[in-house]
Structures are given as structure tokens and as C-alpha cells.
Design a protein around this ligand. Sequence first.
Ligand SMILES: *[C@@H]1O[C@H](CO)[C@@H](O)[C@H](O)[C@H]1NC(C)=O
Ligand SMILES: *[C@@H]1O[C@H](CO)[C@@H](O)[C@H](O)[C@H]1NC(C)=O
Ligand SMILES: *[C@@H]1O[C@H](CO)[C@@H](O)[C@H](O)[C@H]1NC(C)=O
Ligand SMILES: *[C@@H]1O[C@H](CO)[C@@H](O)[C@H](O)[C@H]1NC(C)=O
Length: 467
Amino acid sequence: MAILFLLVAAFVATAEARTWPRQANIITVDLTKTYQTMDGFGTSETFQRANQMHALSESNQRYALDLLFNTTSGAGFTILRNGIGSSPDSSSDHMVSIQPKNPGGPKAAPKYVWDGNDNSQVWVSKEAVKYGVQTFYANAWSAPGYMKTNGNDANGGSLCGVGGASCSSGDWRQAYADYLVQYIRYYQAEGVGITHLGFLNEPDLTTSYASMRSSGSQAADFIKILRPTLDAANMTNVKINCCDAEGWNSQSGMLSGLNTVDSMLGVITSHAYTSQPGSPLNTKHPVWQTEAADLQGTWQGSWYSSGGAGEGLTWATNIYNAVVKANCAAYLYWIGVQDGATNSKLIRISDDKKTVTPSKRLWAMANWSRFVRPGAVRVGASGGASGTRVSAFRGVDGRISVQVIGGSGSGTASVKVGGWTVKNASAWITDGSHDLSEQPVTLNADGTVSTSVPSRAMVTFVLEGGE
Ligand SMILES: *[C@@H]1O[C@H](CO)[C@@H](O)[C@H](O)[C@H]1NC(C)=O
Ligand SMILES: *[C@@H]1O[C@H](CO)[C@@H](O)[C@H](O)[C@H]1NC(C)=O
Ligand SMILES: *[C@@H]1O[C@H](CO)[C@@H](O)[C@H](O)[C@H]1NC(C)=O
Ligand SMILES: *[C@@H]1O[C@H](CO)[C@@H](O)[C@H](O)[C@H]1NC(C)=O
């Protein structure tokens, strides 16, 4: 029996609440139209945030891990982004390097050190493995300072040896590639398979923490050394991610510089700070949104109050835009679990460290990540009320997931799957007063399935049927 899970995202941007006309709301799912294959949803515990999780009581650790990775009681995230350290020490929130001291030049025998902990990222990763996570993105913010033009892992500077970056100490590209391979080996030995490797973070930004500048062509100058180094280490399956620029437009601007190494690239990655994912990037590779957050806003736990940057509905819509408008195959929030009063994380550790509280941002992500599992293919979805945004996905098990995100208007939404006969259906609603509660659904004689969508609610259709 074929089972269909349908997720349709709909959004009505009217200023005043109103009721949708019934006939305008048929959403058609077209299984013959296919878009990106999903790699998943996730987050990160870099910059020693994993240490904060690890310091919690055992029961709070379990609660926090369940919220992130459990498919029945949490978001069921499938991707963890770890930070590869470049700093000489672990002071403040620094990510310490596996080679804190210059071994004596780019050709000198390496002097790696491994504490088996990596600021508790090893612990979080091993726990994630137990929940079934299979996608680990290891991402360096910078090379160690001695490999760079400015002699510092912070404050910008470039990797010695890429175009326009020559250093009296020599060309450090091979040494940096070897260093990244060694980091993957350490994780392999811990039972954690790194699947994706990045060597830049926001290369368009110079800042007081670990940061390294790079243009697209400078990134290519390194990738042509990194790819063969990975292959020679039997890491042919490890994909190279590039370049985690601060925003979509900036990442777009780096693409032409990467043309010469296109066949060596795995995934194009970008953050969503300086510009949001609004249209597909010009690449044949999968595209991931790898870092987004409301960095400054004070802690906001609600689903909807005024459309603010930290609210759940805002994030449900942000994900919609990334996945449907920009064809993103993955969506990662910046931090999963952390203390402090901002929305830079999904889950807050209280000031006394005794309580762990999820925001509706986590549940907004969960409403996607629990249904749109890795390997799901986005399929065609169109129609709906004026201003409606729709999406649908078919999972590897043959399921299709569909979501409706309501705007200020309300009314009945109906879904029809072309070429399919719906045999059973259910609908699940999330809003200020419902947490994915089941609500009545109607199977109509014309083959459509209907349910009501109140103002600013997110509704998930679950359909069973077949050809
Ligand atoms: C996920 O949560 C459920 C319900 O609390 C629990 O029974 C299950 O053991 C958890 N799964 C894992 C992998 O911990
Ligand atoms: C290469 O890696 C594969 C798994 O990716 C493993 O099965 C194989 O044993 C490795 N070979 C060597 C020579 O390390
Ligand atoms: C229809 O789907 C609902 C919700 O998933 C389920 O509880 C019910 O058993 C299904 N009915 C049939 C006849 O399959
Ligand atoms: C969807 O979001 C609601 C409200 O934020 C939450 O309570 C619910 O558990 C989420 N659903 C899933 C499947 O995570």
C-alpha cells in the first residue's frame, strides 16, 4: 500500500483577516514535476556551545538531545555542523586547533594534538549518531594563524598560497588540506563519519573571532589541492562544501570563481544573514542554507505575536522560502542549545543552568524536519488562495508530505494529487493554541481533501492512497 504524506505551505499576506473563497483554494500536487532532493535539517553546537550542553544534569542533557534529534519527541534533526578549531587555545569561546603551534613551516612534519573532546563536539556527535544522524558537516572558520597572511586565525587574512596571498613562510595549502584530513581521521576513530567538509566560514567578513577571507577563485586554488588530498586518504565519499558566505548574494558572487573546480565540489553552502535565500543559486550542486538565526532579538518563545524575527511562524516561512524559492536541500539554524537571552539558539538553557526550554522556532523547524526526511524529493505544488505558498515532498518510502502555513486570512484549503486516488487522509494543526493536533478532514467526491486553515496556522495534510 502506498502512503502519502502531504505537506503544503500556504501563506496569505493580506493586511486584514478575511475568509478565503472556497473555490480559490485547491492546491494541486504534481508528482511528475520534481525539484531538489532533501539532505535534511540541522544545527550546530560550535564555539563551545556543546560544553554548555555537556555541563547540564543528565536528565537535562537527555531532554536537550531529544529535542534536537529525537523523531518522536523532538525535531528529528539529521545534520550536525561542527566547527573545526583554528585557535591556539580554548580561552573564551575559542575553538582550539588540532595543531595549535606552528610545526616549523609548511613542509615540516605535522605536530597534531587531539584531546578526544573537541570542546564536547565529540560527545554531541556520538549522541547524534545514536539517534541515527548520518550527516556530519565539519567546517573550519579559518586555518591556524601561522598558515595565514596576517599570522592570526582571527581578523581576516588569507591562506598563504592562494592567489594574491604569498607569505615568506611559504605555501601552506597542502599543510591545511592535511590538517583537515587529520581532523576527519580523529572523528573516524571516535566512530563519527564526517560526510561534508568546509574550510571557510563567512569569507566575506573580517571579524574579531576566527575568520579567513577568500574570493571564489582563491577558494578554487585550495580546493584543487584539498580534493586529491581527501581522495588519497580514502575519503572519496567526503564532499567538499563551499563557501558559507554571509548571505545569498555574496555566495552567488563567489560561484564563477569556483568554475575551474566545479567537478570537485560537493555542496554549495551559504548563510542567510546579509541576504536571504530568495532564488536558486546558479549551480548544478545541491545548495544548503547552513547558518541563520535571529542573533540579537531577546528570547522569544511564541508561535506568533507580531511577526517578529524570533517567532515560530516567521521561521516556518523562512524555511519555506529557502526550500521552495531557493531549492535548498538542507536548512540549518545557527545554534541548537545555548544559554543567554537572545534568539541565536533554538533551545535556551536558563541562567541558573537548571532548565532547558525549547522555542517555537524549534517546533517550526520540527514541522518540516519530521516530515521532510533525507532523500525526500520536492515535487510540484501550485494553486491555493491568493498569496498562498505551497510545497510538497515525496519521501524515499513513497510518502509525500504537504504543509499549509496560513496568513492573516482563514478558510478551507483543499489538496488534490494528480494521478492519485486518496484513500485515507488526516490533517494536523499547529498555531498559538494547538501543537500539531489532529483536526477533521473531508474526502470529497471530486478527489480533493479539505480541511480548515485558521489565521496564521500551519497545517499538515497526511494522505494515503495510490495510482
Ligand atoms: C525518543 O523519544 C521517545 C519518547 O520519549 C523515547 O521512547 C525514545 O527512546 C527516544 N529515542 C531515542 C533514540 O532516544
Ligand atoms: C576506505 O574506506 C572504506 C569506507 O569508506 C573502507 O571500507 C576501506 O576499508 C578503506 N580502505 C582503506 C585502504 O583504508
Ligand atoms: C486513516 O488514517 C488515520 C490517521 O493516520 C489512521 O488512524 C486510520 O487508521 C486510517 N484509516 C484507515 C482505514 O486506514
Ligand atoms: C509543530 O509545531 C508545534 C507548535 O510549535 C509543536 O508543538 C509541534 O510539536 C510541532 N510538530 C512537530 C512534528 O514537531
